[in-house]
Design a binder for this molecule. Structure first.
Ligand code: ZN
Length: 352
């Protein structure tokens, strides 16, 4: 034990009572405690084993939990967002990326593979790309949990529920990341150098909340999303924001006219935004969901309706076949899932 300095001495009272035994006094310099116990090697080893066991069972689990990025994120979100389901977050199966934010927070995601064979469309779902839009992260977690409990078989999903972790945990939460960059203006479109800074200066009048950065993809969070797009190769990207209460779309396909209580209002692609990069440049479908409030999530019914309409639109645009084409007739749970969607589709009708 490197921390314990052994001092051998006779202890008068003990020595008088048990003259055949010598005692050893060990003084722990660190803790300042004085302990008396038999000098025999066996006794010394046994004593140390007990101490180590005590430390391992009481100290190590706390240290391990503190060092686990998933535990850290869930605990801090629970502290930060009223009503956030911290325990559920820990059970969400989030995977730790090798990417970290500028402040060292590990970026987290969760994949949902398709249930059937073939190559179903891939959907990348992003929440909290702006750190002060807490409702967007909450809904991303809710939909992640929906996928975990009620796996939609028609798509392959990758969920990044809370992108701008440093912005979320700033005091107070902020739109930009820790470097003061608006991540949704930092994507590397071919004309970024000409347009992004000019737009920031002339149109936003140097609004610090919309600063695009010194160069495209300068931020670790932006590069992380770009890596996900290049590796996962999504057909569609769904990005959740707040608080404009609308639906926006970039990309070559017909946009959804309505998702739940949100109606399409195309805002145009801001230079360096995800819609500009992934929608106009990469030609993916980019659906931007703007929830009506940053600090309050939609009700479960509102959230479910947006989700159901989103799946329906993805199915129509990116699957291109009726849902009964899915081949899992032997599984009653999945049969129920398919039936539910068929009924929902007939019930709602076109929304144009
Ligand atoms: Zn936003």
């Amino acid at each position: 034990m490197p921390n314990i300095d052994r001092i051998t001495a006779s202890v008068p009272d003990v020595a008088r009572q048990t003259s055949e035994k010598r005692r050893t006094v060990h003084y722990n310099q660190i803790q300042g405690t004085c302990m008396v116990f038999p000098k025999s090697k066996l006794g010394f080893v046994f004593f140390n084993a007990i101490i180590l066991f005590f430390l391992a069972t009481r100290v190590y689990p706390v240290a391990a939990a503190e060092s686990d990025p998933v535990d850290q994120l869930c605990r801090r979100l629970g502290q930060h967002i009223r009503g956030f389901q911290e325990g559920q977050c820990r059970r969400d199966g989030l995977m730790v990326s090798t990417h970290t934010t500028a402040q060292g927070r590990a970026m987290l995601s969760r994949d949902f593979a398709p249930l059937g064979n073939g190559h179903p469309p891939r959907v990348l779902l992003l929440g909290g790309i702006h750190g002060d839009e807490l409702s967007a992260a909450v809904i991303a977690f809710q939909w992640l949990e929906k996928l975990a409990s009620d796996h939609d078989p028609h798509f392959q999903w990758r969920v990044l529920p809370c992108v701008d972790l440093d912005g979320v945990f700033a005091q107070p939460s902020r739109r930009t990341n820790s470097a003061g960059v608006d991540l949704n203006r930092n994507f590397p479109t071919p004309d970024w150098s000409q347009r992004a800074n000019e737009y920031w200066v002339k149109t936003t009048h140097r609004d610090p909340r919309r600063y695009p950065g010194l160069k495209p993809a300068s931020e670790p969070e932006t590069r992380w999303i770009i890596d996900q797009i290049e590796e996962f190769k999504p057909d569609a990207v769904v990005s959740i924001h707040a608080p404009y209460g609308l639906l926006d779309f970039d990309g070559p396909r017909d946009p959804p006219r309505r998702l739940g209580y949100l109606s399409l209002q195309r805002l145009g692609a801001y230079p360096g935004s995800l819609g500009d990069y992934a929608g106009l440049y990469l030609k993916l479908s980019v659906i931007t969901i703007e929830l009506p409030q940053s600090g309050q999530a939609p009700t479960p019914a509102q959230s479910n309706r947006i989700w159901a309409d989103l799946l329906r639109w993805l199915d129509k645009q990116h699957v291109g076949e009726p849902r009964q084409a899915f081949q899992h007739p032997s599984d009653p749970a999945e049969r129920h899932l398919i039936q539910t969607f068929q009924v929902g589709a007939e019930d709602s009708g076109p929304r144009r």
